[in-house]
Design a protein around this ligand. Structure first.
Ligand SMILES: [Zn+2]
Length: 236
């Protein structure tokens, strides 16, 4: 049985508005003309037992919305966590079905991406056109397929390197050092032991806040750049 919010999502056809200039494009960060202090936190490779829930709790207690690039087979295994991501107001996005790094022909790429998009919709009611290639690999057929289907290929501008299991202070420093207004931060809530990411996240958040940053989702970030670009175009 569908819960009421799920029915609402499906009735409304919850879908993320992505400005046309970013459809079929690769994005590493937003180019904002006014240097507005916004940053987008992104979490990959979930849903994952324990750590996805812990990340959600931290974001909730800080009143922050993030963007979660989920792996299809993990979403299949942990659908309730996927529902929580969307129910709590975060953006859910596509990170392929298997998280494989090898080369894909168009049929195999379509399977990896569309099967995941379909499952996200079935489970959460959300239609996503945001895609992040596993490992950030742009030349193995996945990104090409995604661009051809008008997905926005979302990369990052600050890498926590949490997948290399750095110490918590190093992890925090990686994020803060490489962040700038309009940036996209790469972290992981799944795919391995992410306890260090969970430990680092509250301090990452408070550090950004002390610098005057506020947190946005990827669709919000893209909307901001789109608005800036339109203003610029009008001035010319
Ligand atoms: Zn990944």
């Amino acid at each position: 049985m569908l819960t009421s919010w799920q029915q609402e999502a499906q009735t409304k056809g919850l879908s993320y508005a992505i400005p046309s200039r970013f459809q079929g494009a690769i994005v590493k960060a937003a180019k904002l003309t006014k240097e507005e202090k916004v940053i987008a936190l992104t979490f990959d490779d979930g849903p994952w037992p324990q750590t996805t829930g812990q990340v959600l709790d931290i974001l909730k207690s800080n009143n922050i919305k993030g963007t979660f690039f989920v792996v299809g087979q993990n979403l299949k295994n942990y659908p309730e966590l996927g529902k929580q991501i969307v129910f709590q107001g975060h953006v859910i996005a596509n990170h392929t079905w298997h998280h494989w790094y090898h080369s894909f022909n168009p049929q195999a790429a379509a399977f990896e991406i569309e099967r995941t998009t379909d499952l996200i919709y079935q489970i959460t009611g959300a239609k996503t056109t945001l895609f992040r290639p596993p490992g950030g690999i742009l030349h193995n057929g996945l990104a090409a397929y995604a661009k051809g289907q008008k997905y926005t290929v979302v990369m990052w501008s600050a890498d926590s390197t949490d997948y290399k299991l750095p110490t918590v202070p190093k992890l925090i420093n990686n994020v803060i050092r490489d962040s700038k207004p309009g940036g996209i931060v790469l972290m992981h809530d799944g795919g391995g032991n992410r306890s260090r990411t969970v430990q680092a996240l509250p301090e990452i958040i408070s550090n950004f806040r002390k610098q005057g940053y506020r947190f946005v989702t990827i669709p919000e970030l893209l909307e901001m750049e789109d608005a800036d670009q339109k203003l610029l175009a009008n001035k010319k």
